[in-house]
Design a protein around this ligand. Structure first.
Ligand code: SF4
Length: 91
């Protein structure tokens, strides 16, 4: 019998490595979930989106507008001439 403690060390390293891999996997999953949550958009109805400007305010002048027809925060097709209550003017 040759039990000089190497098996214990090998097992401990393996467990530590698998624990580290688990921790990395968990971090990656958490990051993906966080990113997905951040990328969720609200409905046009919830944003009170309308396809027409509100006075001089329109999506084309909003920091959230993503040409040609999208918005960072509102779902679906967004007209450059639309508007919603999340409007934030470009500076
Ligand atoms: S006003 Fe701004 S936040 Fe609202 S839909 Fe248009 S681009 Fe998006």
């Amino acid at each position: 019998m040759n039990n000089d403690g190497n098996d214990y060390i090998r097992i401990s390293r393996r467990m530590a490595l698998s624990g580290a891999a688990f921790a990395l996997g968990s971090a990656a999953i958490a990051a993906a979930v966080s990113q997905a949550a951040a990328q969720q958009k609200i409905s046009q109805a919830d944003a009170k989106y309308q396809g027409t400007p509100k006075g001089n305010l329109h999506c084309d002048g909003c920091v959230n507008f993503q040409p040609p027809n999208a918005c960072k925060f509102v779902q679906g097709d967004i007209s450059p001439n639309g508007w919603c209550q999340l409007f934030a003017p470009r500076s």
